[in-house]
Design a protein around this ligand. Structure first.
Ligand code: HEM
Length: 450
């Protein structure tokens, strides 16, 4: 059975209708032809957007000439009250300096150190769920667990800590009112028009930033007293920029913590929830995962992850079919020619992992769930050319390694403890909000595995 996909809109609709549909959900506002097209143009009165769906063009934008295609300022606008000057929103020299400080903390080798904190969050999730087996909305559970992972790995505090709990609660309110992809990338608004953020969004952002500032200041004091734990926050706050010798000031660290929390927990929660749904829909794949994870020790160690090959491929396939970040947007800084089309300065370039991952000319059986595809030569080629859940190039997600440890580990711990099956009449319809979520949540029947 094919996993659910949003019903595309008719090929031709008026701009007004498109905007209305877009406001409801970015994915169902797109036409079917984007699963076949190499490039598509969207005209608005003030600027043009171009969706590019061709691997060599995407490579040119993201990998070969990233500085010529900075992040679109239209897209991040809505997130500024929360994220300030975070690495997710900056461009140019500021962004390069921020990445020089952040990247070392997320290198593969350093992540071995955060594994025990991730595992503790995973084992706690299993314990929490033991008492509540029945029909469950799973996104709620995965969001809670992914937030726990971020607090434990970043600040060595569990989600049950008072401040961690408050931050998490405020983020839930924020998330309901603020999409990660701001409408401004697609709808006809001139850049000079002032942006007004809803007062609820501003208030939530202020509260979250106040709480994160408290955590960061506390950590700064611990670093000065030599009593700080060796976690990601300490690593990042003591990392000097190799070029200037400077560390992040408190304010700039608050901006980064906000994005780690936002980018790091929403995405992982979405991927894990869809992966569990896919396993429920495909019991034979779930049985394969269960047999792979049966040999894990009660408390797995980092090196056990290398035994989870099939489980990792299930997680990869979930990221292909339901990429948590469905689109990324860049901007031209000079006139360009793409596929013989002239693009003006300031044009929006939309790269859509959602469409690329299901592109009919790139992937065999693009809408089918097949974790085995990554073992074939064709599958490996697709991975290189048409697979972008973490984007790629200079602005690739710094948390990609982190997420590829967390996802398979959580799947393994959960499938070892529970059997997941679908609930009749509850088919989740994907929609893009802060990340790709299901319109009415993802409902699963959960039973303890005997
Ligand atoms: C399954 C999990 C994840 C997915 C699918 C994902 C995906 C992405 C994507 C596609 C981008 C590029 C966005 C763009 O260019 O517009 C990105 C950027 C980013 N991600 Fe992740 N991410 C995940 C987990 C994480 C984690 C765990 C962290 C940190 C703890 C993280 C931190 C960031 C940051 C800081 C950026 C901005 C990088 C920059 O612009 O230079 N992400 N992520």
């Amino acid at each position: 059975m094919k996993p659910p996909k949003p019903k595309p809109r008719p090929d031709k609709v008026s701009l007004w209708r498109y905007m209305q549909m877009f406001r409801r959900d970015i994915l169902s506002a797109q036409p079917e032809r984007l699963y076949r097209a190499k490039m598509a143009e969207f005209r608005t009165p003030f600027f043009r957007s171009y969706l590019i769906n061709q691997p060599d063009l995407i490579r040119e934008v993201l990998k070969e000439r990233p500085m010529d295609f900075p992040k679109s300022t239209r897209v991040g606008e809505g997130l500024r009250p929360l994220l300030g000057n975070s690495v997710f929103l900056t461009n140019g020299e500021t962004w390069q300096r921020q990445r020089r400080i952040i990247d070392p903390a997320f290198e593969g080798g350093r992540l071995r150190d955060v594994f025990p904190a991730m595992r503790a969050a995973g084992l706690d999730m299993v314990t929490r769920m033991q008492g509540q087996t029945a029909e469950q909305e799973i996104e709620e559970l995965t969001s809670h667990a992914a937030a726990d992972v971020i607090f434990r790995t970043l600040f060595t505090i569990p989600i049950t800590d008072e401040i961690a709990g408050q931050v998490s609660e405020e983020f839930r309110k924020y998330q309901r009112s603020q999409p990660i992809l701001n409408l401004a990338a697609f709808i006809p608004m001139p850049k000079w028009l002032p942006r007004f953020h809803k007062s609820g969004v501003r208030k939530s952002a202020q509260i979250i930033r106040g709480l994160i500032t408290e955590l960061t200041k506390r950590r700064m004091a611990e670093i000065e007293n030599d009593t700080a734990p060796d976690d990601l926050a300490t690593k990042i706050m003591t990392q000097k920029d190799p070029q200037t010798g400077q560390c992040f000031a408190v304010d700039e660290m608050v901006d980064q913590v906000a994005i780690f929390f936002l980018a790091g927990h929403e995405t992982s929660a979405s991927a894990l929830a869809w992966a569990l749904y896919l396993l429920a829909l495909h019991p034979e794949a779930q049985a394969k995962v269960a047999s792979e994870v049966a040999s894990l020790p009660d408390v797995p160690v980092f090196s056990d992850l290398s035994k989870l090959k099939y489980t990792r491929d299930v997680f990869r396939e979930a990221l292909r079919l339901y990429p948590p970040v469905p689109m990324v947007v860049r901007e031209t800084t000079r006139p360009e020619v793409f596929r013989k089309r002239a693009l003006k300065t300031g044009a929006q370039i939309v790269i859509s992992p959602w469409h690329l991952h299901r592109h009919e000319n790139q992937w065999p059986k693009p809408d089918e769930f097949d974790p085995g595809r990554f073992s074939s030569e064709v599958g490996k080629k697709c991975l290189r050319n048409a697979y972008l859940p973490f984007s790629s190039g200079a602005r690739v997600c710094p948390g990609a390694w982190f997420a590829m440890i967390e996802g398979p580990l959580f799947l393994a711990l959960l499938v070892r403890a529970f059997k997941f099956s679908t609930v009749s009449g509850k088919i989740p319809v994907p929609e893009a909000h802060l990340t790709v979520r299901a319109r009415h949540g993802i409902w699963l029947r959960i039973e303890a595995r005997g």
